[in-house]
Design a protein around this ligand. Structure first.
Ligand code: ATP
Ligand code: MG
Length: 557
């Protein structure tokens, strides 16, 4: 898994620019989210890249909200985006909004009109689309293309003043209707939208298109390296055309492959559908690939940054196995998470030779991976315990090392026990397992000389606290729901959430507060959910201890 990585291609480009003294060796990047949804794990790749590259070369990064579409944007999204970037561990140098540049962008547009490089077009959206041509056939000039500069200036200011209805007029760049690059066939610069903007209110009724806002915003901020995903490669000539014709700061665009990940979707539009149609419990549902969902699930910033480091950056599109993300969180939590014992599917176990009414307090290390074992916690022990139903069998088979009549196991941090008998109810369900214990086999002071293969987790019944546990599976049944036939939502896994309302936890675990992280022995890593109430925590399983998914799939095949 550990691969030696040299500098990626973006690092090489920036290193060359710095060495050549370009922009005085200055490096300034930006992260430019559109505030139309919550950030997802794909964005974290872009965030780690933009902030990571800049800091590597002594530069800084701006956070710029690309808020040029009033219809889909909202301050709720602005706030969540800021929270997520901070949580990931990055600090932006400046917080900017493309909407702060609306006046400047308007003036840039006027300048292009004056240079006869832009015109107001009265054609309808359908007419414009029809005249666009195809990649192999040239488009046709609009009948409004040869309007005079004076007429264009007049119409454009009247567009701004709200004299026209939506769709009545647009402003277009005058480039080349026969260009092999469709984006250069007189692209739209402005459209009319009589819509309220979350920052500029009703000040504007014309809004710049992405292509006329993005590069100019980069240039206004003097961004040196504008890093974006590959789908913008075809926009690059237009990005450069506007900057060139306006003679403004020459920001440069570089593209990399976006992150795709198995068993999920990675577009805010699709994630919004999952939220709106209540397939999930909000943007921060622990099954969502959003940063807020991963955080609620129990992911740490360190694990996400480790993931970004491991996937690297290239110009080739691929799809990353979600197993790699899970590997990263296991690595991190193994070193940091508190240990605890929780029985998810409890069955009663009685120790026949343990004195009635007696209890004792045993010690368990909080984290065997930590230097001082993370300290030790008190674990109550008594005559009646809860153990996992699946850890018992009525008949021992060969190579079965857990509990069955006649077999011995160790109870973690406690004693060796031997199963003597069990009882069942009318429906053939085991109700009680009866054992004897070996008093001289106490963990840490075992003089019994007995060797057993199996070790079980358990919780003492007199001290057990019921807790809710939420087990998650993949949100989708197929690796790449977006590429399947039909709607991606047809591939939602109907069993992605399994709620256990009364698992039994040892007392320390029951004290957990939202965000606290644990390894429940033999059961995986868990994080206390925000739905936890004092005395009744709710735990989300972050990830299992081992990758059972691959195994399950092979079984199914
Ligand atoms: P979506 O399609 O999910 O809505 P977007 O690209 O429209 O994503 P933006 O808010 O415009 O979202 O993205 C902000 C930045 O994050 C952009 O520079 C974009 O290229 C980058 N980004 C978005 N999705 C990914 C991804 N899957 N992998 C890497 N970078 C991404
Ligand atoms: Mg976008």
């Amino acid at each position: 898994m550990e691969k030696e990585k040299g500098p990626n291609f973006l690092e090489e480009i920036i290193a060359e620019d710095v060495a050549a003294g370009k922009h005085g060796g200055r490096v300034l990047t930006r992260f430019p989210p559109e505030p139309n949804g919550y950030l997802h794990i794909g964005h974290s790749k872009s965030i780690c890249l933009n902030f990571g590259l800049a800091s590597k070369f002594g530069g800084v990064t701006n956070l710029r909200f690309d808020d040029t579409n009033p219809v889909t944007e909202d301050t709720e999204y602005v706030e969540s985006i800021k929270e997520d970037i901070k949580w990931l561990g990055f600090n932006w140098a400046n917080e900017f909004y493309a909407s702060d540049y609306f006046e400047q962008l308007y003036e840039f547009a006027v300048e292009l009109i004056k240079k006869d490089l832009a015109y107001v077009d009265d054609s309808s959206a359908e007419e414009i689309a029809a005249a666009k041509g195809t990649p192999t056939t040239p488009g046709k000039d609009s009948p409004f293309r040869s309007r005079s500069v004076e007429e264009n200036l007049d119409l454009f200011s009247r567009m701004r003043n709200g004299e026209f209805k939506e769709g009545e007029k647009v402003l277009r760049a005058k480039i080349d209707m026969a260009s092999p690059n469709m984006h250069l066939r007189d692209p739209l610069m402005y459209r009319i939208k009589h819509a309220h903007h979350h920052r500029t209110g009703d000040k504007w009724c014309i809004y710049p298109m992405y292509d006329f806002a993005h590069g100019q915003s980069d240039s206004i901020e003097k961004i040196t390296h504008s890093i974006c995903t590959l789908e913008f490669e075809v926009h690059k000539p237009l990005y450069e055309w506007f900057i060139d014709k306006l003679g403004i700061f020459p920001s440069k665009q570089y593209e990399f492959a976006r992150l795709n990940m198995t068993y999920t979707v990675m577009s805010k539009r699709k994630l919004l559908q999952l939220v709106n149609e209540k397939h999930v419990d909000g943007w921060d549902d622990p099954r969502m690939p959003t940063i807020s969902g991963l955080r609620r699930r129990g992911y740490t910033p360190e694990s996400i940054r480790m993931f970004a480091e491991k996937i690297g950056v290239a110009r080739r599109e691929n799809i990353i196995d979600v197993g790699l993300l899970e590997f990263c969180i296991r690595e991190d939590l193994n070193k940091t998470a508190m240990r605890g014992m929780v029985v998810l599917d409890p069955v009663k176990l009685v120790i026949e030779n343990y004195p009635e009414g007696q209890t004792e307090v045993l010690k368990g290390e909080n984290n065997p991976e930590a230097e001082d074992k993370g300290g030790y916690r008190d674990i109550p022990f008594g005559k009646e315990l809860w153990i996992e139903r699946e850890d018992f069998r009525e008949v021992a088979e060969k190579k079965y090392f857990r509990l069955a009549p006649g077999l011995m196991v160790r109870l973690k941090h406690a004693y060796i026990i031997k199963c003597e008998s069990f009882t069942k109810d009318a429906s053939d369900r085991v109700t009680e397992i009866r054992c004897t214990y070996v008093p001289e086999s106490k963990s840490g002071n075992d003089t019994s000389g007995i060797n057993v293969k199996g070790t079980l987790h358990w919780v003492a019944a007199h001290a057990a606290a019921p807790v809710e546990v939420r087990l998650y599976d993949r949100l989708f049944r197929v690796e790449d729901p977006s590429s399947e036939e039909g709607d991606f939502k047809d591939y939602i896994n109907p069993e992605s959430l399994h709620v256990i309302s009364s698992a039994m936890a040892e007392p320390t675990v029951a004290l957990a507060k939202a965000g606290d992280k644990f390894q429940f022995l033999r059961k995986g890593y868990f994080c206390a959910d925000k739905n936890s109430v004092s005395g009744k925590p709710v735990f989300n399983r972050t990830v299992t201890l081992k990758d059972t998914w691959a195994k399950e799939e092979r079984k199914g095949a």
